[in-house]
Design a protein around this ligand. Structure first.
Ligand code: GAL
Length: 667
């Protein structure tokens, strides 16, 4: 791993100077300096300018931009510029264009119009990477390399003939021969048996449900093809440059089809882009989940927020602007949760193009604006927080997350279309948030030994080794919760027989003989007063204590919530979708039983997270309410420089970061 942290917390944006006349660049650097910007990502969508005709490179403008930034003391995260090919590529090589499942071609005119398996795209993009890297490897402004941009954002699945051939190669690698493939795909069903590799295709538009394992393997293949571009660019760069190399992931913005847990090994630092769901009044909860997941992907190491927005985006149905103070709360919440850099899309709001209504650090109205003033304030805040750089976030809870389980859980022809993979993840994470408890969102194969409590929401697909690791965690004294529709299938999407939740049946001491999904809007009551909806199941608590049973609905008297003592720990199962109040009660019980502690006791709506480095610790308090909050803390508040002795006051909508006195919190 190449070292990526600087002297301060990174602060900046995507910078697209090619959209502006050169005289603007001078003002840009001046405004960047005023705001405290120290890192910008340059060249992300510059391929068409850098290589206007195939093989002829024009670097003059980029030389001038990098020199200007360097003279202004601003570092550069330089893009490989391969994010979107120039129009000449498709015109000369139409076979590089991606195709949808129905055969329709996706044309240039937007961005990312290339087939991820195209050898022509690969060759041309690597030629560009080599040219850019050769020219700028030693440029003093360049401190980091940015491969492509959001790989697979728009072109993750391509069904063209080139992709079909690549899919066959991938399948041969995975299964060796057609017998292996036929077994894994269960092709005895519906006369699907393959006798020749040429018969095997991506799951193109079909008369009815395509084979689920074919679908799952195509999703795995598609993620791997995007990852292959990342690795190819990384290899090319690695030969030529010494700076750390990354690419921007899209964790927590609803992007489903890229298995970032497997990609993390290919970057020197994990970088993420996160955008709020503007329609959600509690969007800061989604932000916290995204950040905790990014940290989980990064293995607990600090990570870089590569993009978020100063205010509204342009691509949601109603692009709600950020209220005063929200930019600051959002940015510092990412830092609280492990980001050692806060960057935005983008520096200056575009005049033209599809993103002209997207917010920026310098809005259309210029620097005399709420946004630019808040940007300057944030720059000063981050400067004051430099000492937290490199520290790690305290978390005693892990939530298991597996992209493959997500893909599998939401395939078609399932018991209920209402089962959404991330639904329980969100519910449990939000409950913990309200309790002031921080959780890492990690892959099921992660080392669980450092946690007290592990939650497994909707872990539909699970490998034997990962199920076994959860059992070992509980036996050793941990507390675990498994929710409905978990442990159902193996990695081939084949049912684990003998009763659900197959992989976790023994651990939990329960056995479900039949699912009873509910009708839309139907609710059930439990005999402990809880309310639930959407899903119930005919469950036998063969070797578990029943904590609550259904009082009505299709299964009166049947257990809904169970607990089993296992070794030194305990394993809970919930077979229905509890409402928020009941989820909060369950989480409170799990937290109490496992001995997990909140970062600090805090009033409702005040987000609290602790970062720690050896004997030092910093408590972040983000007040999302309209009332002043008081917390029991002693130390130095870094954003104001003031002491707090026993009590910290956080005004409404404000943020405080306290370097705690060493005795304040036992390590
Ligand atoms: C990201 C992308 C940026 C910009 C931004 C707008 O997905 O990487 O280039 O499009 O969204 O929110």
């Amino acid at each position: 791993m190449r070292r990526w942290q600087g002297e301060d917390i990174w602060f900046g944006a995507d910078y697209n100077p090619e959209q502006w006349p050169e005289h603007t660049w001078v003002e840009d650097v001046e405004l960047m300096r005023r705001a405290g910007v120290n890192l910008v990502s340059v060249g992300i969508f510059s391929w068409a300018l850098l290589e206007p005709v195939p093989g002829r490179f024009e670097f003059g403008w980029l030389d001038r931009v990098l020199d200007l930034l360097h003279a202004g003391g601003i570092s550069v995260d330089l893009a490989t510029a391969t994010a979107s090919p120039p129009p000449w590529l498709a015109q000369r090589h139409p076979e590089t264009l991606p195709r949808r499942a129905d055969g329709a071609i996706l044309w240039p005119g937007g961005r990312q119009a290339y087939c991820p398996s195209s050898p022509v795209f690969r060759e041309r993009s690597l030629a560009l990477v080599e040219a850019v890297a050769t020219r700028y490897a030693a440029h003093p402004a360049v401190v980091m390399w940015h491969i492509s941009n959001e790989l697979g954002c728009h072109n993750v699945h391509c069904y063209c003939d080139v992709s079909a051939e690549a899919f066959r190669r991938w399948l041969r690698e995975r299964y060796g021969d057609l017998d292996g493939l036929n077994d894994a795909w269960g092709t005895a069903f519906w006369s699907q048996r393959y006798g020749d590799w040429a018969e095997v295709n991506p799951p193109r538009l079909a008369p009815t449900f395509a084979n689920p394992t074919q679908q799952l393997d195509f999703l795995r293949f598609s993620s791997d093809e995007q990852r292959a571009q990342l690795r190819a660019e990384r290899e090319a760069l690695g030969r030529l440059v010494r700076q750390p190399i990354t690419t921007n992931f899209m964790i927590g913005t609803g992007i489903k089809y890229l298995d970032y847990h497997s990609w993390a090994a290919d970057v020197d630092l994990v970088a993420n882009d996160h955008y709020l769901t503007a329609a959600d009044p509690d969007s800061h909860l989604g932000l916290a989940l995204a950040a905790d997941h990014t940290r989980g992907v990064a293995g607990g190491e600090p990570w870089l927020l590569m993009e978020h927005s100063t205010s509204a985006v342009n691509w949601q149905p109603r692009n709600v602007a950020k209220t005063p103070g929200q930019l600051r709360r959002n940015s510092l919440a990412h830092v609280a949760r492990g980001a050692d850099g806060v960057l935005f899309f983008q520096w200056r709001a575009s005049r033209a193009g599809a993103e002209k209504f997207h917010s920026a650090l310098v809005p259309h109205a210029g620097p005399e604006t709420k946004v630019y003033r808040e940007v300057c304030r944030l720059g000063a805040d981050l400067k004051a927080l430099a000492e937290v750089r490199g520290s790690r976030v305290d978390a005693e809870v892990a939530i298991l997350f597996d992209f493959e389980a997500w893909w599998g859980a939401e395939l078609d022809s399932h018991p209920s279309a209402d089962v959404e993979y991330a639904d329980r993840l969100r519910a449990l994470h939000h409950s913990l948030w309200r309790a002031g408890v921080t959780a890492d969102v990690v892959h099921p194969s992660a080392d669980l030994s450092g946690y007290r409590l592990v939650l497994a929401p909707t872990l539909y697909l699970v490998r034997d080794a990962d199920a076994e690791a959860l059992r070992a965690f509980v036996e050793a004294g941990g507390t675990a919760l498994v929710t409905y529709f978990s442990g159902i299938v193996d990695e081939h999407d084949h049912i684990r027989l003998g009763g659900y939740p197959g992989a976790f049946r023994d651990l939990l001491g329960v056995r479900t003989e039949e699912f009873f999904p509910l009708r839309a809007g139907e609710r059930v009551n439990l005999d402990d007063g809880s309310i639930a909806d959407m899903w119930t199941e005919w469950l036998h608590a063969d070797d578990a204590e029943v904590l609550a049973s259904y009082a009505d609905g299709p299964l009166p008297g049947v257990p809904a919530l169970t607990r089993r003592t296992v070794g030194a720990g305990a394993a809970f199962y919930v077979g229905t979708r509890l409402d928020t109040a009941a989820t909060d009660r369950l989480v409170a019980r799990l937290v109490a039983e496992s001995g997990v502690r909140p970062a600090v006791e805090a009033p409702a709506g005040v987000e609290v997270v602790r970062r720690r480095d050896g004997g030092r610790s910093w408590l972040f308090a983000i007040n999302h309410t309209d009332d002043e909050a008081r917390l029991d803390l002693t130390g130095t508040e870094l954003l104001t420089g003031e002491r707090c002795a026993g009590e910290l006051v956080v005004p409404a909508g404000e943020v405080a970061v306290v370097r705690e006195d060493p005795t304040a919190e036992p390590a």
